[in-house]
Design a protein. Structure first.
Lengths: 243, 307
């Protein structure tokens, strides 16, 4: 980790949702080229954190610094332009658009037409199933295919940081395996990933750095391996009662 | 028989085209905001009033027509920014009530300016001329309307299906938040939708008032309502649905207008029975039936609520 620059720095971030403090001042860093994961139970504030970074919710206080710039005042559109793309929870592909259009719309802010076409071909090489279904409406895809499309769509923005909100949620175990191997692959290509997961086991296994969120606070942090070995994490998130 | 019916079908197609151009505005706005823009018929009326005053100011018609269309589109833009955008996160009913408010505001504004008197619509050369078609005499506008309508609808469908802004409109109509995550400025997309919808209402107003020749503050109410029914009939949110619904309603209500004469000449009824009275009632009976039998209309989406 030493020698690497922090790509994203979140400091004392607070977010209120209708009078409730969803985030009570969290701080964490995402280093360039790493997979960083936030794990925690439902309602711990994981999604809120991503939504705050992506400009979808207003922050109450704190700082979000991306590549040296304060992005707190940015709206969602400006955050994308800065190089942060998101794979939203529940995939949220545009079911009334074709597979190809979904990829195109991921590159909405890009003007380089030819490179966009080349980018789409790259995505097709990575996910041949999407190529086969190029002209189908995204609504007709299976859950796993939709997740691949959602990842491909986010990649089309050519992000420096890719944020993924529960990419394994609601998918069959075999497909979950696929998704995590895709995440590792993306990392090996140099993409920085901020991953949110309820599937703590799988997330910690691929994470360089991990944080545990509990009711709006970060209660533990360490490398993925360290947290995997930590007894408190094992009891709370990886025990026999965990999913 | 055919000679008796044909003129009614012809004017039905023409009125249907005018309803279609208005109905597209309803259906597009509903598609993207899930809002019934009750002020839409009044924008159509205001467009007619602008034409009256602009022509009266002595400006040449070739200048008036594009200016009227631009101003109408601008009104649509301003209404959205002032009356609907601040209510984006409010319950849907709030925007609906705001729309009713805008509708009455426009009507009262026109009442104030015109004093509630019928305004004579300027005669636009060529399309106001008479023409004889298969033995039926009518204005050129009757023939021009359906052709122009189809050209505009095809252009609109191409825009929506094959351009970047069209793709963004489809995306925004499905999911605001994810659209934002793609970098789409949803407010500009919504504004574009209003501009297109009101522009088409402006075109409809040129055609409609050339045919009916007078404008008053309530002139937008009935055509607006009919177009709204057409949009619901076709399946609100669907552009082809709105267009087909509008033509069906236009033709049906005009045939009913001539039903007395048609049936009398065919020897079915002994004398006039005043059936024409039911031409408006037919449209609204149709609305009730479609809502009861197939609430999503002919081409409506199955899911009307956003996820």
């Amino acid at each position: 980790m030493s020698g690497q620059a922090s790509m994203l720095k979140v400091k004392d971030l607070k977010v209120n949702y209708g009078g409730i403090e969803a985030l009570k001042g969290i701080s964490f860093d995402v280093e360039q080229g790493q997979i960083v994961t936030l794990i925690g139970a439902n309602g711990a504030g994981k999604s809120t954190t991503l939504r705050a970074i992506s400009g979808l919710v207003k922050t109450a206080s704190g700082a979000i610094n991306f590549l040296g710039r304060d992005i707190i005042p940015f709206n969602a559109q400006q955050v994308v332009a800065e190089g942060i793309a998101m794979v939203p929870e529940g995939r949220r592909v545009f079911d009334n658009l074709t597979v190809k259009e979904n990829l195109k719309i991921g590159a909405y802010l890009r003007k380089d037409k030819e490179e966009i076409e080349a980018g789409i071909e790259d995505i097709y090489q990575r996910f041949p199933r999407l190529k086969e279904r190029e002209w189908q409406l995204a609504g007709t895809l299976s859950g796993g295919e939709q997740q691949m499309l959602a990842v491909g769509r986010a990649m089309m923005a050519r992000p420096k940081l890719l944020m993924m909100d529960e990419p394994s949620l609601g998918l069959a175990p075999l497909v979950v395996k696929d998704i995590f191997s895709i995440i590792r692959e993306l990392k090996s290509e140099g993409i920085t990933i901020l991953l949110i997961e309820q599937n703590a086991n799988a997330a910690l296994r691929c994470a360089d750095q991990a944080y545990v969120l509990e009711t709006g606070r970060i209660t533990m942090s360490g490398t993925g391996e360290a947290l995997l070995a930590d007894q408190r994490v094992r009891d709370a998130y990886l025990g026999s009662t965990a999913r | 028989m055919w000679n008796t019916v044909f003129p009614y079908i012809l004017s039905g197609i023409s009125v249907g085209g005018q309803y279609a151009l208005i109905a597209i505005g309803y259906t597009m706005v509903y598609g993207i905001l899930r809002l019934i823009n009750f002020a839409h018929g009044d924008v159509f009326m205001v467009s007619g009033i602008i034409m009256v005053y602009m022509a009266a100011s002595g400006a040449p018609l070739w200048l008036c027509i594009p200016l009227v269309l631009i101003l109408t589109a601008l009104i649509g833009f301003v209404i959205e920014r002032v009356a609907y955008k601040p209510l984006r996160t409010a319950p849907r009913m709030s925007a609906m009530i705001s729309a009713i408010g805008v509708s009455y505001t426009l009507q009262n504004l026109v009442l104030y300016i015109t004093g509630g008197l019928n305004q004579i619509y300027p005669t636009i050369p060529w399309i106001s001329d008479s023409v004889t078609l298969f033995g039926a005499t009518t204005k050129v506008v009757t023939v021009v309307t359906p052709i122009l309508t189809l050209i505009l609808v095809v252009a609109l469908v191409l825009l929506i299906n094959h351009t970047k802004i069209g793709m963004a409109m489809r995306a925004v109509s499905r999911d605001f938040e994810t659209s934002q995550l793609m970098g789409i400025k949803i407010n500009s997309v919504i504004s574009t939708t209003f501009v297109i919808g009101t522009f088409l209402a402006g075109v409809a107003s040129l055609l409609y008032f050339t045919n009916y020749t007078t404008v008053i503050q309530t002139s937008g109410a009935m055509p607006g309502l009919k177009a709204f029914v057409a949009a619901v009939f076709g399946g609100i949110g669907s552009i082809p649905g709105a267009v087909i619904g509008a033509f069906i309603i236009g033709i049906a209500e005009n045939i009913i207008k001539g039903l007395d004469i048609i049936l009398f000449k065919a020897g079915i009824i002994p004398g006039p029975m005043g059936l024409a009275t039911f031409s408006d009632a037919f449209t609204f009976a149709l609305l009730i039936i479609i809502l009861a039998v197939k609430p999503t209309g002919l081409f409506g989406e199955k899911t009307t609520d956003k996820v």
